[in-house]
Design a protein around this ligand. Structure first.
Ligand SMILES: NC(=O)c1ccc[n+]([C@@H]2O[C@H](COP(=O)([O-])OP(=O)(O)OC[C@H]3O[C@@H](n4cnc5c(N)ncnc54)[C@H](OP(=O)(O)O)[C@@H]3O)[C@@H](O)[C@H]2O)c1
Length: 231
């Protein structure tokens, strides 16, 4: 459901400039287009291959996420494709801001991937354990494939020590870096950050309650939902 977002953005960046009477787009626009595309290649194409299992998504949630992706891809793609900066001069003097923004984006993306993978490792480890148990049953010919659907444990590494949804937190930081590259006036990137924080924070707060019910208040301890020491 995430792929339509970056495909929409790329389509707009390729087709809109001509309609706006532009022969090319400045490098800064393509840098931002590349950052957006890189993130969603990971999220839309790699994650489904890497995840050991995922719960089914309600059609309403799926449709909402899809419409958000298309709207967001259109909004950012429109800005990058001709309604934002259209000349090299408009990016002049912003090298430091762009470099720092890209660094924040890249480091946060790596942390986002790391924390996503910590959750995957819980199910990979459960699958390994199931396999080992099956193998130790000598003579058992009816060996089933490990089923790790709905295996949940308390993640313990990295920022999971402080918050229960560090993959959300790092994603917000990542898109703040993206916004920084575009500059404060880049309204589509700003709206993207605001939308993400408000939708995902509510989910994280609800998720923290779920962790408390499943594992108990003592095990959750002082861990917040998604913002260290705060929420
Ligand atoms: N949700 C959003 O609105 C949203 C929006 C934009 C970006 N993202 C990004 O997409 C990524 C995934 O988000 P998400 O909302 O799907 O995260 P999530 O609810 O935490 O689930 C991520 C994956 O980990 C599994 N999982 C979650 N908690 C687990 C635990 N305690 N033990 C074992 N496995 C566990 C889930 O399995 P099940 O599916 O079986 O529960 C799912 O496969 C994140 O990096 C996030 O930043 C999410």
């Amino acid at each position: 459901m995430e792929a339509p977002g970056f495909l929409t953005l790329l389509y707009i960046m390729v087709t809109l400039p001509e309609k706006q009477g532009l022969s090319t787009l400045p490098w800064g626009n393509w840098v931002m287009g590349g950052m957006f595309t890189t993130h969603y290649i990971y999220r839309a194409l790699l994650c489904p291959l890497l995840n050991p299992s995922m719960s089914p998504i309600h059609p309403f949630v799926w449709a909402s996420a899809l419409s958000f992706q298309v709207a967001n891809g259109t909004s950012i793609g429109g800005w990058l494709g001709g309604y934002g900066p259209t000349t090299r001069e408009e990016w002049t003097g912003s090298a430091l801001r762009v470099e720092v923004g890209m660094m924040i984006w890249a480091v946060a993306l790596m942390f986002n991937m790391y924390h996503d993978d910590e959750l995957r490792e819980i199910r990979r480890a459960a699958a390994r354990n199931q396999k080992r148990r099956q193998e130790s049953k000598a003579g058992d010919e009816n060996k089933e494939r490990p089923n790790v659907d709905k295996v949940y444990m308390m993640p313990e590494n990295g920022l999971f020590r402080l918050i229960l949804f560090p993959h959300y937190f790092t994603e917000w930081i990542e898109w703040c870096g993206f916004w920084m590259v575009g500059g404060l006036h880049c309204a589509p990137a700003r709206i993207f950050v605001v939308n993400e924080v408000f939708t995902m924070l509510a989910r994280a707060v609800q998720g923290r309650q779920w962790y408390i019910e499943k594992f108990g208040r003592a095990k959750v301890g002082n861990r917040k939902a998604a913002i260290p020491w705060l929420i």
